[in-house]
Write a protein that binds this ligand. Sequence first.
Ligand code: GLN
Length: 288
Amino acid sequence: MTDTLAHLLADCRRELEAAGIDNSAMDARTLILGILQLTPTELVLKADRQIDEEGRTRVHAAIQRRKAREPVHRILGAREFYGLTLELSPDTLEPRPDTEVLVDALVEHGRRIGQMTERPRLLDLGTGTGAIALALLHELPDFSGLGIDISQGALETARRNADLNGIGERFETMCSDWFAQISGCFDIIVSNPPYIRSDVIGTLEPEVRDFDPLAALDGGPDGLEPYRIIARDADAFLNRNGVLAVEMGFDQKQSVDDIFSSRGYTVLQAVSDYGGNDRALVFKRKSD
Ligand code: GLN
């Protein structure tokens, strides 16, 4: 039976590798660090430390979950996004690093808008963990924000994340089917809507298919339904000179552009993700 930290790490890596997990070394390391509450430095300096039975049991349980393809950060219950630590729940999409590029772009627009606007506000449609809204509010201290979601469970997680990251006072949540319950106007409207085609969902990797909530992935028969709703209804909620930004699939740029163009918007900025794929579009009104 494993006794030292170094042995535990090696055994976990081997066990994940044997189960066909791609990043077995990285995943074993991340799980052990998270579960035993160690820093990367401690992992090296305390390699000969004895790990007690209780610690080994907890690490072992996490390794079994990873073997069943549960993503590492779901097992740990939280992940980093744009420098914030966000709790996850079964009701929330796991925030992706690729979504950080959308935040990056909007921070720039938000600073510009903040200089011209008193008490600027942002709206995050389908806020999930609150990732986009909270990262923006963290970077844009003049802004306040509203995160809506159709899932009560997601809203509870978003609320907790706002409080955990010290943004609770500037962030409200509301249960709404897109714009249905919303009133008032916003300077930034942002969404990472569900954009996967319904018929493709079954082919996604198990980490996504079996653990991200379907409602956060399924964009309807062509994956574009949420964009049509947002493009149709956003006008009444967008302040003059405001921006509207959406994340999208790597092959949806032209379709999303067409949908918003036909409703009176024009592209202000196209954003690529870390892999060089088209990932988000920032629009403004043609008439602004
Ligand atoms: N980017 C996610 C994925 O491909 C999908 C997220 C979404 O539909 N908004 O797994």
